[in-house]
Design a protein around this ligand. Structure first.
Ligand code: MG
Length: 367
């Protein structure tokens, strides 16, 4: 079996809420997502998806996915897509860095491996832990009252994990955290994600001001060293995200005791193969995880579901159902949230079938 063609579709994913806002005044209203197809010489097609959180969240942007695919694809034609390590080695040899570009191809090859073996990706990634995967809901940055109202609404839909987008004015952020925590039950979990938005002194003020509140603090500052310094001055459970972009930073964070939870985003790490490596390491080290991606639709959500469902429950802090945030469905068979939970498909591969009428023409097509 050989890769005969790599292609991609561009799809717009508008947000149901109209806008998603986070630290520093950053926001997105319509996500620009890329659905990647890897076609074999016997006519099978595997799919992946890459959707940056705008061009200003991680070093990734939507048009960069398509440009990178054109650069990479000629190096992959003729390789066996089932040989994930060989595929990843070739991608790293052909293009230095740019993990998000490689992510869609890697996910598509896992989809193919599942189709060929007749197994769902979660079985190939270690097996299915539990009946379903508990989800969190990200709450776009607004006024404290507006965010509290959103949390109340999503709580009524079954979510029990909430991630507040803070990282704005520290005094307003303190009010956001207090307003939301006040309406949650003791068993609900609340995370305040500053997305690098606080300076170190601002972060120190916030963690001190909410010392009595049951809240996790996530990626308060821009640099790893700033986050580590804040971590050493607080006893809140601590989550690292943006700075943990590979195995080296994961190991450094573990050695420094820099976090209790780490957010593993598939495209940040370069695909399912590399995220599985990080996931398995976290399991061995006892670091809990949020399994997710930067953003995406049905294909991304399916990939997250397989990754999360194959992660042991004690270390599976939470995961994300991005397809429920957007108005467009790009594939049949994707996980659908039920009362704050989702489950990975039992079908071979990712278990999704793209809606070709939604995807439109190919914007990348290399054979
Ligand atoms: Mg985060």
């Amino acid at each position: 079996m050989k890769i005969a063609r790599v292609f991609a579709h561009r799809v717009d994913l508008p947000l149901k809420e109209g806008r998603y806002s986070w630290s520093g005044g950053k926001f997105v209203e319509v996500f620009d997502s890329t659905i990647v197809g890897v076609e074999t010489d016997d006519g099978r097609v595997g799919y992946g998806e890459v959707c940056p959180l705008g061009p200003f969240y991680l070093p990734a942007y939507a048009e960069g996915v398509r440009a990178g695919l054109k650069e990479l694809a000629p190096h992959l034609i003729g390789l066996d897509p089932r040989e994930l390590a060989v595929i990843n080695q070739r991608m790293d040899a052909a293009l230095k860095g740019h993990p998000y570009v490689k992510s869609g191809i890697d996910i598509a090859c896992w989809d193919l491996l599942g189709q060929v073996t007749g197994l769902p990706v979660c079985a190939l990634m270690g097996g299915r832990f539990g009946e379903s995967v508990r989800l969190y809901r990200a709450i776009s940055q607004e006024s404290p009252d507006a965010m509290a109202a959103k949390v109340e609404g999503y709580r009524n839909e079954g979510y029990t994990r909430f991630q507040l987008k803070v990282g704005g004015d520290p005094d307003v952020d303190i009010a956001r955290i207090r307003a939301v925590r006040a309406l949650l039950s003791d068993t609900d979990r609340l995370v305040a994600d500053a997305n690098t938005g606080w300076t170190q002194h601002e972060a120190m003020r916030v963690v001190r001001a909410v010392r009595d509140v049951d809240v996790y603090i996530e990626q308060p500052c821009l640099t790893y060293d700033e986050c580590l310094s804040v971590r050493r001055h607080t006893d809140h459970p601590y989550v690292m995200d943006e700075n943990i972009d590979g195995i080296d930073m994961l190991l450094r964070g573990h050695a420094d005791g820099a976090m209790d939870v780490v957010n593993l985003k598939i495209s940040k790490l370069g695909g399912l193969t590399k995220t599985k490596q990080a996931r398995d390491l976290c399991v061995s080290l006892g670091i809990a995880m949020t399994l997710e991606d930067s953003w995406g639709g049905d294909v991304t959500t399916a990939a997250i579901a397989h990754l999360a469902h194959s992660t042991p429950e004690p270390l599976r802090f939470t995961a994300t159902d991005f397809n429920s945030y957007v108005t467009v469905s790009t594939a049949e068979g994707a996980p659908q949230r039920e009362k704050g939970f989702m489950r990975a498909s039992d079908q071979p591969g990712l278990g999704v079938t793209p809606r070709m009428d939604v995807l439109g023409r190919r914007v990348v097509d290399i054979s």
